[in-house]
Design a protein. Sequence first.
Length: 185
Amino acid sequence: MPIINSRNAEKDGLMQVAKLMLLSARTAPKSGGVDDILTAIVSGQEKESLAKEMDKIAEERNISKFKRDADNVRNSEYVVLVGVRGIVNLGINCGSCGYENCEEFEKADKKMRQDFTGPNCVFKVLDLGIALGSAVKTASLHNVDNRIMYRIGAAAKRLKMLSEASVIMGIPVSAKGKSIYFDRR
């Protein structure tokens, strides 16, 4: 039997877990049973493009945490993206979006703001949160280091990585001797 070195095995394991994270996001409960969740795995040159865009945002806004998180992206094997089509309404007229009813919400101008497109249906955003929780739970069950990062999502949105998503979050994954996503400065 050939010897499989730990680096290759860990990289393969991380990809398997990233795929399972997408599966968990897909099967997470959705409001009204309507699935508007979008997912992807980013690696290689696209992952570097994501980190570069985060560096660019850091410079534009003078926010060093974008650079810090870009370094986390570079030091991760993969990035899982989870987004939602939040500009679609659920049709229950709750008013949480700030409009009287879903009809007014539908008529509202949906446009790209600083990082995301809005306004968004609160139930779609809740679905995003549930999908994110399911994805990171799966990573945790497999002892894969991860962290949900808003800043990754902001850069992914600018790069149109999930073109239909109004809101995106990123989850970098890695397997190191110590988690690279905590004790950060």
